[in-house]
Design a protein around this ligand. Sequence first.
Ligand code: NAP
Length: 291
Amino acid sequence: MTSICLIIGDPVSHSLSPRMHNAAYRAVGLESAFVYGAARVTTAQLPDAIAAIRTLGIRGVSVTMPHKEAVITHLDSIDPSAEELGAVNTIVNERGVLTGYNTDWYGIAKPLAQAIGADFWRGCADAPSTEPLNALILGAGGAARAAAFALRSLNIPFSVTARTDDRARDVAIRFGGSTLSWDARDTASANIVINTTPIGMQSKETTPEAAQDERYSPQSPLPHRQWHPRNIAFETIYAPPETPFIVAARAGGASVILGGQMLLWQGVRQFELFTEREAPIESMRGSVEKR
Ligand code: NAP
């Protein structure tokens, strides 16, 4: 019997997850055993969608906006990291028992750990190997919480800055960071910056409202920052592949980590949870990069 996996959210038509997971199934010869699709589920439809997962025996579900928090009350158990993050992006169905996980934080921690290990001092022969790492998180929503959790797991001190101070304070207190005012963000000395705001994402709409929406502005959320070769810029947005934040960081000589990397590594962990097999990382990477 074929196991069915799905991504649910609203919208989902833009999602690269079906392509990435189906490519992974093919790469390990599981294409007859697993298939991955996408289902648009509105907020009002969420309880029925969860009931359908149980009734139809859907094996695994990726959860995206706007359901990552609301889905929690519908599940039978929650993994400790998802519990602490207050967000579920992965559901595994084990004979009708639904368990919620969060793999978004791993999608940040894994490429960041690789970059620190391999790339951080690239081209910096004069860099003191003892320069302490410290990070700045832009934004204070779900992806910011995942970033804070990831930084804490890597023992990297961090500040949070967001246009809504109270939300920044909440993330900082919850995960042991400090806060910085949004107006002072360009002056931060952090050598790692993680953008979790949607500023710089691509609009599929051509309406006058979309033209006015600052999330789609061709500006970096750090418009005046002086980037250096000993900096890392981590973007969570994956469409477009290179945002103004990334373009500016590259121009200043910084190392960059693209949103596609986060997508890849959170998906790698999901693949392993759904199939209980080792993920074919290079096939998954190829499917994300080829677009
Ligand atoms: P969220 O919970 O809505 O949080 C967004 C944050 O950005 C909030 O702090 C919000 O501030 C701030 N913000 C929104 N518009 C802003 C603006 N114009 N100026 C300044 N701040 C602004 O969203 P999320 O779930 O964290 O997602 C954030 C981003 O992460 C999205 O672009 C999403 O695509 C990306 N993401 C990527 C992956 C991946 O696999 N690559 C996975 C998850 C998320 P307020 O609180 O004041 O509204």
